[in-house]
Design a protein around this ligand. Structure first.
Ligand SMILES: Nc1ncnc2c1ncn2[C@@H]1O[C@H](COP(=O)(O)OP(=O)(O)OP(=O)(O)O)[C@@H](O)[C@H]1O
Length: 581
């Protein structure tokens, strides 16, 4: 087209003429020599014509394209999905299930190997794709839907097309990277990779796309139910990233809790999810907070995973100690979390201690009041359940765990005889006698389930040997207790802090917490322990303090804002202040 245009232009302006030269031998080789300008003129003329022609043709092409785009926009429905969208990974999976796209040769490598960079992959989204050959006829109902290959292919850059719902859909996949300054006043510059897919269908078809994306959403829901879905914060604490766990969700019977505890917890969560209307009618924010506290390795995190598995919900793990996260970021992440979902704040007590100091002017890290505001904000989101876990309930500020923010507190104690027996049977099915004998050898309420599990794992498929060598476990217990002592960590559960003969019931409700408090007796052994008991009791009482009015809330926040809690000593001071409310 450009050539035709130039030919036309040249014919209009006139072709540059070159004087014919004939060599007359009588006049020598150069009869009349031209000036340099005369020689250059035709070349300049041609150059200008070409430059003008090039410019004009580019201009015309651009205009034509613009007009064409305008026209297309009138007659084409276009949807753009960016990689930041939480549905994006599932969309890639869904596209990989479309037969026409499976036959394309324009592909790129996808892997869930550890070092994705080796394969020039988008490190933020190491998607894997369902191996279709392993699936049955009914793809969406297949049990193996979550089955992922370690190395596979996905759509390559550029244009593709496929049919769905009786229409031809044009698809354009593209990637771009952006250089950005992560924070104000920071010299650090990062490259962020973005992906986007553009879908086009001729005609007005918003409803068509709605249907199509609903199918993708259904697939996501099914996948979440069939494999445990975990979202983690990205490295900049900006957005959620789906972790490719590719593991089956665990169920409540996987965790061995005290008698009836699992059932009560699951029922509580189910009841909550079914009571949306009741919450709305009562004008109460549709959210529920849980606090799981107790000795490490007793099943707090595992219980959250099991609840998510039973309810078919994804878990978003919030790491408050991430130095990139600040108050605004926390609120944004909570807003961006999928709905419904479980939000897990692990080791909530450690979030406000041992943090790297930040440079002046950097608005980093989450403040305590920021956390409280964010938790209260969860109420405005749809059906959120958040779980906080801690090994040090006594370190938590009463404001954090007050009724309304934490609705249910559950203590995870060291294993009792029944739990040891059930755990034995989980590893060595069909050996009830040995299970009983083993449980009798193990001191009650002294060991974490994780420690006992470790012993069972040393004797896979050898229940007799496992029982025979129970002494090894007792030695491990001694070692663990020594480590706790050396580290100066008070990792004892509430029960240990009280008279060892006292039976402390699992705290499953507000009333149960009160029962706990009444069950706490002074340990006669040491004065130090007495103080700890008092502190713990005091703390539990404060958990129940209802802040009655706005003014009181403000007072609490003021106190919390005054100084961030940096160590247990300061926590103690802060708690004393709070008590005066
Ligand atoms: N009650 C339990 N039932 C079954 N398995 C358990 C139980 N408690 C712990 N385990 C096993 O011990 C391991 C550690 O458990 P988990 O991470 O849930 O403990 P935790 O209380 O959250 O510990 P931490 O406070 O250190 O985070 C898990 O692999 C789990 O299989």
């Amino acid at each position: 087209m450009i050539t035709i245009f130039l030919a036309l232009l040249v014919s209009v302006v006139g072709e540059p003429t070159y004087e014919e030269t004939s060599i007359d031998p009588s006049q020598g080789i150069f009869p009349h020599e031209k000036s340099a300008l005369e020689t250059m003129l035709p070349i300049i003329k041609t150059g200008v014509i070409f430059a003008l022609g090039g410019y004009l043709s580019a201009y015309v092409t651009r205009k034509v394209r613009e007009k064409w785009d305008q026209l297309r926009r009138k007659f084409v429905t276009r949807v753009i999905v960016k990689s930041k969208n939480l549905i994006y990974p599932t969309l890639i999976e869904w596209l990989s299930l479309q037969p026409e796209l499976q036959n394309t040769n324009n592909i790129r490598l996808i892997t869930n190997l550890v070092n994705e960079n080796d394969f020039f992959l988008n490190e933020q989204n190491p998607y894997s794709i369902v191996n279709k050959s392993e699936l049955g006829d009914n793809l969406y109902d297949s049990e193996d839907l979550g089955k992922l290959e370690r190395v596979t292919f996905a759509l390559g850059d550029g244009n593709h097309s496929f049919h769905w719902g009786g229409k031809k859909i044009k698809l354009h996949y593209s990637r771009s990277s952006e250089t950005t300054q992560r924070r104000q006043n920071s010299r650090r510059v990062e490259q962020i990779q973005h992906e986007r897919i553009q879908f086009e269908v001729w005609g007005e078809h918003k409803d068509f796309f709605k249907k199509m994306f609903q199918e993708v959403a259904n697939l996501q829901e099914k996948m979440e139910q069939q494999s445990s879905t975990i979202y983690l914060m990205d490295q900049y604490a900006d957005t959620w990233e789906k972790e490719n766990t590719n593991t089956k969700p665990i169920k409540m019977d996987f965790v061995i809790l005290k008698d009836g505890q699992s059932e009560k917890l699951l029922k509580d969560c189910r009841d909550f999810l079914e009571r949306k209307e009741t919450y709305e009618n009562l004008g109460i924010p549709f959210r529920r907070g849980y606090l799981f506290y107790g000795y490490p390795g007793c099943g707090k995190t595992t219980t959250v995973r099991a609840l998510a598995g039973e309810l078919g919900l994804p878990i978003c793990i919030m790491s408050l100690s991430n130095n990139e996260l600040n108050d605004d970021g926390l609120c944004t992440l909570l807003k961006r979390a999928p709905r419904p979902c479980i939000i897990l704040f692990e080791d909530i007590d450690s979030c406000f201690v041992q943090r790297k100091p930040t440079k002046e002017g950097e608005n980093k890290r989450v403040t305590f009041s920021g956390l409280l505001n964010a938790l209260d904000g969860i109420g405005s989101q749809e059906g959120r359940m958040f779980f906080m876990t801690t090994n040090h309930v006594e370190r938590l500020s009463p404001a954090l765990v007050r009724a309304g923010r934490v609705d249910l507190k559950v203590e995870f104690n060291k294993a009792n005889r029944d739990q040891v027996e059930r755990l034995f049977l989980k590893f060595f099915q069909g050996h009830p006698k040995l299970a009983k004998q083993f449980a009798e050898k193990i001191p009650e309420d002294k060991m974490s389930m994780a420690l006992i599990q470790q012993h069972f794992m040393n004797y896979f498929e050898k229940p007799g040997k496992c029982l025979e060598n129970y002494n090894e476990l007792l030695l491990e217990l001694e070692k663990a207790e020594q480590i706790d002592k050396n580290a100066g960590i008070d990792t004892k559960s509430l029960k240990d802090k009280t008279n060892s003969t006292t039976s402390v019931t699992t705290t499953i409700s507000k009333d149960a917490v009160n029962n706990n408090n009444s069950n706490i007796h002074k340990n006669e052994n040491s004065e130090k322990n007495n103080k700890e008991i008092e502190k713990t009791k005091e703390n539990f009482n404060k958990m129940e303090i209802e802040i009655e009015n706005e003014k009181e809330i403000e007072n609490t926040k003021e106190i919390e804002n005054e100084k961030e809690i940096e160590n247990p000593k300061e926590i103690k001071n802060t708690m004393t202040k709070n008590k005066q409310i």
